[in-house]
Design a protein around this ligand. Structure first.
Ligand SMILES: C[S@@+](CC[C@H](N)C(=O)[O-])C[C@H]1O[C@@H](n2cnc3c(N)ncnc32)[C@H](O)[C@@H]1O
Length: 512
């Protein structure tokens, strides 16, 4: 059904297509080594400290994911590899302009890339595996096997079956309609025409496949043309089953640890009928995960691998959370909520994650964390604040607050109500007093690149907020009435630094 891809002008069609149309890469919070490390700790694996780690990203494009990490951790070393000379040149230029000397961009084909003698503590390959041919896939697993340090972690994301089956059918229709056209704009236009035809064909049809196709069409239409071109119209697009992925990893001496999207792992949070249907797979964690993919019709995974042979806990150990920092934007209604047992309080009004609790400890936990937002709190500070709040509210706290608090935290992290990372000394300003933003953030704002906050989250900004961010070099003291609310937004998004950095690092305002 799929027409043959365009002939490769330089011998490699994938490389040719990335040279032809630049891929607008992003930053992905799940790839943050401190998030990976927090998950690993829960299973008893203690990865190297992030602050001095060696981080390697494969298929890094222009470095939009790696550069903000390098800026946050000056003592760590970062290497980005991509075979697109154009993207690598852009990454190098941005690193130089931002004054980063702990990041190196290497223009190489993964099939021949040599990482050198140093081991890698965190290896990231986001948006890569499903879009490369089998020999490159093997090279990725072989690199992990060769370069990962004994307690190192590899993050690899990929498209999965069964969810991708129907998407594949739409992709094949788009390829059919694009035919032998090689011009990117023509291929993108044909793809949209194919989606429009299919939508008309399905118009008003009540069947379940029609509904699913309409959903996929809507998601494809939302994509930027460059993303559609590479994600959906490339010659190679190769989703796999979870068990296929873990089998490839095992062939290279690598074992599955967990999902970087931690909240997708908890079968115990499913309805009782689904839980009992999954019970027959409880002896085999991988088979259970595979069945969860059928339950969710899953299309995507971001899996963490480690070297096989390390003995780990089967179940997450809440005690590991003592080394983490926590944050949540799910606020109670204005004012101090009642912490009394049995009094219901709703947190996160207006958010899809909103929930209600009557549990004094849960209420105290969310009251403390949301008051600190967008800062994250380290466990000792959180523990002390929760105890103080309970005492001030005259609610009895258990003498041993530690274990009930840790188990509430584990549950909240598993439901994505609370974000957690290994404590690696990061912090942000909670209010816009003497506002200044990191030099890289200012540069990326000025150049219309993805803007990433302290916690490695991409923050969508309107043009005025972006323009203001680009000017926050720490020297500005006066802001007009239109800028003040924008400053509040930037502070609430964790885009402002906690303290004025040294004059040398803030004195110059970057230009686009
Ligand atoms: C889909 S893009 C993903 C970019 C980025 N990781 C992201 O998710 O935003 C895939 C990247 O992998 C690079 N790539 C593909 N095959 C490669 C290979 N064999 N060796 C090195 N880089 C490769 C491409 O140049 C491209 O920048």
């Amino acid at each position: 059904m799929i027409p043959p891809p365009a002939p490769p002008p330089d011998g490699d069609p994938v490389r040719h297509h990335y040279a032809e149309v630049s891929y607008p890469g992003g930053a992905f919070s799940r790839t943050h080594p401190a998030r990976q490390a927090a998950i690993a700790r829960l299973f008893g694996l203690v990865p190297p400290p992030v602050r001095g780690a060696r981080v390697l990203e494969i298929g890094c494009a222009q470095g939009n994911n790696l550069l903000p990490l390098a800026a946050r951790f000056p003592e760590a070393r970062f290497v980005g590899v991509d075979f697109s000379a154009h993207e690598i040149a852009r990454g190098r230029a941005l690193a130089a302009d931002a004054g980063l000397d702990n990041i190196e961009f290497v223009c190489a084909d993964l099939r021949t890339y040599d990482p050198g003698p140093d081991s890698v503590d965190y290896l990231i390959a986001h948006g890569f595996l499903s879009w490369v041919p089998d020999d490159v896939k093997s090279a990725l697993f072989a690199l992990c096997a060769r370069a990962l340090s004994p307690r190192g972690l590899a993050y690899i994301s990929y498209n999965t079956y069964p969810g991708w089956k129907q998407r594949e059918a739409l992709r094949e229709l788009m390829l059919l309609r694009a035919g032998p056209a090689t011009d990117p704009a023509a291929r993108i236009a044909s793809a949209h025409a194919a989606l429009a035809s299919l939508e008309r064909l399905l118009d008003g049809r009540p069947e379940s496949h029609a509904g699913l196709n309409r959903e996929i069409i809507a998601s494809l239409r939302k994509k930027r043309p460059e993303h559609l071109y590479h994600d959906d119209l490339e010659g190679v697009n190769d989703p796999c089953y979870f068990l296929q992925f873990t089998a490839w990893a095992a062939e290279h001496g690598l074992a599955y640890l967990a999902e970087a999207e931690w909240e997708t792992m908890f079968a115990e949070l499913l309805p009782a009928t689904a839980r009992s249907a999954l019970a027959e797979f409880s002896h085999d964690r991988l088979l259970l995960e595979q069945h969860l993919d059928y339950l969710r019709n899953r299309t995507f995974r971001a899996s963490l691998l480690h070297r096989a042979g390390t003995r780990l806990h089967r179940d997450p150990d809440p005690a590991a959370l003592r080394d983490c920092v926590f944050g949540t934007p799910l606020h109670p209604p204005l004012g101090l909520p009642s912490l009394a047992p049995g009094a219901p309080v709703r947190f996160g009004a207006g958010s899809p994650l909103a929930f209600e609790s009557q549990d004094p400890l849960v209420k105290a936990l969310f009251t403390v964390l949301s008051a600190a937002w967008p800062r994250r709190l380290a466990y000792p500070e959180l523990h002390a604040s929760v105890r103080r709040l309970l005492a001030a509210s005259r609610v009895d706290a258990p003498a041993d607050l530690d274990s009930p608090l840790l188990s509430r935290l584990l549950d909240a992290c598993g439901r994505r109500l609370v974000d957690f990372l290994i404590d690696s000394g990061l912090d942000c300003a909670s209010s816009p007093t003497s506002p200044h933003a990191a030099r890289l953030a200012r540069l990326m704002a000025a150049r219309d690149l993805p803007v990433v906050n302290t916690w490695h989250e991409m923050i969508p900004l309107e043009a005025p907020a972006r323009a203001l961010l680009a000017t926050l070099d720490g020297a500005r003291e006066h802001f007009d009435a239109t800028e003040r609310p924008l400053l509040d937004t930037l502070a609430a998004s964790a885009l402002l630094e906690p303290h004025r950095a040294s004059a040398a690092s803030v004195s110059s305002t970057p230009t686009a």
